[in-house]
Design a protein around this ligand. Structure first.
Ligand code: SF4
Length: 376
């Protein structure tokens, strides 16, 4: 008798997903199945390098292991529900459907020789930054390791199926994702254990083999998460959202600052990594009349002392119906000059994917403009 679709679905859900396993986890799994550990490397390579969803279809694997794998395991990718292409810069925004019907967003951004994927770490976010719509959703749930890594694999599979998109960019045929930024939905360090395992998988030489220097983990300043991340991955790269060097103003726009003031976060970074450690990217969204004065620039410069810091100035994306706007070009230039004269590496960056609301803090677009009181 033919099997009913819902039975197949339930069976599929009972299968263990290989995608969330680090190579150490996969090695344990293979060993527990009574097979030599060496086969974990083969399976890992098949999943991540060869993009196979049946990684056991490999002649070098023992037949007994293949049979158990087929029976008990799966490689389950999340689904692309909508793929939207930006006419502005060719970024691709994916609405990603998760197993429980929830959705997150991931954005693929071509840039010179790089192909960067911006991915999500949570459904929603508990931090409630006033300029960010994701924050207004509150935290719905954490993403699993498989769901985080799954966004990368989903984009890799999409790339393989859409060579015409690569052709339309200036990237060479066959280009794969070279950089990852955890700047989509969620505060990654609020889900730090999953992010730690995801980094282990993404940087594994038997898999995607991305360099740690090519992955940025953003944070609004989660002190406990920072400690945990550097304990696990001392070379991890952080992108710290500063947005205001003034504690009271920052507390109004980023409530996390009330729990972990910026001064404490910067102090901890100086202790943990100092000037000789991995670079810290300070993200600074520039908002006209709010945080764009020369005094703000000098205070921002002071934060970089004792760190290997770079600063990204990001003129605010003007998204309706917000009345907030980016400063005029000459103000951005003057602000940049103050930092430059202080010897700081600073770049003005315009967010990619502006017309598809894919820039940081816009993943679900602004729903309500922050009030003047919120912004101080
Ligand atoms: S900016 Fe980041 S940390 Fe703040 S609410 Fe949005 S997603 Fe959360």
């Amino acid at each position: 008798m033919a099997q009913h679709l819902s039975e197949i679905k339930i069976e599929n859900e009972l299968l263990q997903d290989l995608l969330g396993l680090t190579r150490a986890g996969l090695t344990d799994t293979v060993r527990n199945l009574g097979a030599p550990e060496i086969h974990a490397k083969t399976l890992f390579r098949r999943i991540y390098k060869d993009l196979s969803i049946n990684p056991w279809s490999e002649p070098t694997l023992p037949l007994r292991l293949v049979a158990v794998m087929q029976d008990k395991f799966a490689v389950r990718l999340p689904q692309i529900k909508v793929a939207h292409r930006s006419a502005y810069d060719q970024s691709m925004k994916f609405l990603v459907g998760l197993g429980d019907g929830r959705e997150v967003e991931a954005v693929l951004m071509p840039e010179k020789a790089r192909l960067t994927l911006c991915l999500s770490s949570q459904v929603g976010c508990a931090q409630g930054c006033v300029f960010c719509h994701t924050g207004r959703m509150g935290l719905v749930r954490q993403l699993s390791v498989a769901e985080i890594v799954g966004q990368v694999m989903l984009a890799e599979h999409w790339l393989r199926e859409h060579p015409e998109w690569l052709e339309s960019t200036r990237l060479a045929p066959g280009t794969r994702i070279s950089n990852i930024v955890f700047m989509g939905m969620g505060e990654p360090l609020d889900n730090v254990e999953a992010v730690i395992d995801a980094l282990s998988i993404l940087t594994d030489p038997y898999g995607l083999a991305l360099g740690m220097a090519h992955i940025s983990v953003s944070t609004a300043g989660h002190l406990v998460g920072i400690d945990r991340l550097y304990d696990a991955h001392p070379k991890a790269r952080l992108a710290l959202s500063v947005h205001s060097p003034d504690e009271s103003k920052r507390s109004r726009i980023m409530p996390i600052n009330r729990r972990w003031p910026l001064t404490d976060v910067i102090g901890r970074l100086r202790e943990r990594i100092g000037e000789s450690g991995p670079p810290v990217m300070m993200q600074y969204t520039m908002i006209a009349g709010v945080n764009d004065s020369d005094a703000d620039a000098s205070a921002l410069a002071a934060l970089t002392v004792g760190l290997n810091a770079k600063i990204n100035l990001i003129p605010l994306n003007n998204v309706e119906p917000s009345r907030l706007s980016a400063p005029p070009p000459e103000r951005i230039q003057a602000f940049r000059d103050v930092l430059h004269q202080a010897g700081i590496r600073v770049m003005v960056r315009y967010s990619k994917g502006q017309d598809i609301a894919a820039a940081c803090g816009q993943l679900v677009a602004f729903a309500k403009k922050p009030s003047a009181a919120e912004l101080g």
